[in-house]
Design a protein around this ligand. Structure first.
Ligand code: NAD
Length: 470
């Protein structure tokens, strides 16, 4: 402890540490009361301010804010309130005959003092979502949101201050250095949402204190469109999923892998849907967002420039407007494999089209890259779907759709290896912030006592008997 006493957040951390058992003891009704206070703040008190902050930070259309931020958080809270009583219950399990005279159960107890580090693309949802799980599980929490969305972060700080005492939940704003300082503290759990590169930094820091981690990361999520799929329906859903939040979504379809015979028809259908969703001039459309910062705008522009240098075909879009961080919905084909668009996670409104000749080729292509957070398949063939499912790995999958698996609270959400470690949402989020404490209670004389030393011949026979029969 001595070496962390000079840490900027030491006093805050210690106050939460001292308060953890009081918070952890809270009953179902008390935890629901806390969740209700957060719900009121988001549903009523701060709803308009949330819309304004997101518009300032991301140009986010009001409907998108309602659906992808407010609705999601309220959904998380309502789901937790509905199921929390059951989650908090003692979980009874069988006890082997060899332990006759005792009974067994486990409980989900709070991990303790937790750290949540969140990204900018859905600032409220990806901060308050994990927070709901953490407080439902009975923890104290320090939050560090992203510096990229300053209006949202400042508003979240205000909400947290309004709803919680800081020895229960506190939010500290700032750049990466703030996370670095916080990560030196011996948190009982760290829940990080962000890029795989920073995920590695977080896990390295956590290892020093053996803090457990949930890493919600990203990467390139492929979308397969096979020969049997309905092209128009697939294009409609893919265009929606890809250009929602201007492509700045961790489960956004990163690139499309399509049977080569369907490429032209698919692009034609995409153009039709782009036009219907965002008009001929998406820059004027109130339904289309902006890139979060100049840095990310420049990154995405460099991907388009790089593709042009490599003689790729811009099928649509490509227009940019630096002053407003606008990048038109862009579709690019004929990319060489070394193109940045096929190597880096795009996280923006650019959709590469990659063709394949056989499904095996498409599967091999996916497996040549890191394991994705999501993998999408558009197909009417159950054998093709089975083939893809059995020969790939991903955090989640939608069949004949994209993104929506995120919104089902009954499903675990998270990645695998490079796209993440651990799961969140609903019960899985509650579990991430809980320690499963195993308990055996001895009621009467236990038969295990018959095996205590000294190990006489009789004990040896008893041991052999136990191994054989119990
Ligand atoms: P990021 O990794 O750059 O930043 C995330 C958070 O980490 C921010 O709060 C930031 O301040 C902090 N951070 C940055 N550098 C750090 C460092 N060196 N040490 C400690 N903390 C540091 O990610 P981002 O740009 O905010 O978000 C985009 C990434 O997040 C994409 O890869 C995307 O796929 C992923 N993402 C994943 C999910 C998910 O649920 N799996 C959701 C949204 C975004």
């Amino acid at each position: 402890m001595n070496d962390i006493k000079n840490n900027t957040y030491y006093n805050l951390f210690i106050r939460q540490k001292e308060n953890q058992f009081k918070i952890g003891k809270r009953t179902y009704n008390q935890r629901v009361k806390t969740l209700n206070a957060l719900q009121r703040a988001i549903e009523y008190t701060y709803r308009n301010e949330i819309r304004e902050a997101l518009f300032k930070d991301l140009g986010k259309p009001k409907v998108e804010t309602e659906l992808s931020e407010v609705y999601q958080i309220l959904g998380d809270i309502k789901y937790a309130k509905k199921h929390l009583r059951r989650w908090m219950r003692k979980q009874k399990v069988n006890t082997p005959i060899s332990m006759l005279g005792s009974s067994s159960y486990y409980i989900y107890e709070p991990k303790g003092v937790c750290l949540i580090i969140s990204p900018w693309n859905f600032p409220f949802n990806l901060t308050f979502g994990p927070l709901v799980s953490a407080i439902a599980a009975g923890n104290t929490v320090i939050i560090k949101p992203s510096e990229m969305t300053p209006h949202s972060s400042a508003l979240m700080a205000k909400i947290i201050k309004d709803v919680f005492n800081d020895d229960e939940v506190a939010l500290v704003e700032g750049e990466a250095e703030v996370s670095t300082e916080l990560l030196k503290l011996p948190f009982n759990h760290i829940f990080f949402t962000g890029s795989p590169n920073v995920g590695k930094i977080v896990m390295t820091a956590a290892a020093k204190n053996l803090s457990s981690v949930t890493l919600e990361l990203g990467g390139k999520s492929p979308t397969i469109v096979d020969k049997t799929s309905s092209i128009d329906k697939a294009a409609k859903k893919i265009v929606w999923g890809k250009f929602l939040n201007a492509g700045q979504i961790c489960v956004s379809p990163d690139y499309v892998l399509i049977d080569e015979s369907l490429k032209e028809d698919f692009i034609y259908a995409c153009l039709k849907w782009l036009n219907q969703f965002f008009s001929e001039n998406p820059k004027q459309s109130a339904s289309y967002g902006r890139i979060v910062t100049t840095k990310h705008f420049e990154r995405l522009k460099s991907y388009i420039d790089n593709a042009k240098t490599l003689d790729a075909t811009i099928e649509s879009g490509g227009e940019i407007h630096k002053e407003s961080n606008y990048i038109a919905p862009t579709i690019i084909s004929n990319l060489k494999e070394e193109a940045a668009l096929l190597q880096e996670e795009i996280f923006g409104p650019i959709m590469p089209i990659v063709t394949y000749k056989t499904l095996d080729e498409a599967i091999a292509y996916i497996n040549s890259k890191e394991r994705p957070l999501a993998l999408y398949i558009y197909s009417k063939s159950s054998s093709n779907i089975k083939e893809v499912m059995q020969n790939t790995r991903s955090g989640g999958t939608c069949i004949n759709n994209n993104i929506i698996h995120y919104a089902n609270h009954n499903l675990p959400f998270g990645g695998t290896n490079n796209s993440g470690i651990g799961k969140s949402h609903g019960f899985f989020g509650f579990k991430a912030f809980s320690n499963e404490r195993a308990v055996i209670k001895q009621h009467t004389f236990g038969v295990t006592e018959l095996l205590f030393p000294p190990y006489t011949g009789l004990k040896e026979k008893l041991a052999k008997f136990t191994i054989k029969w119990f």
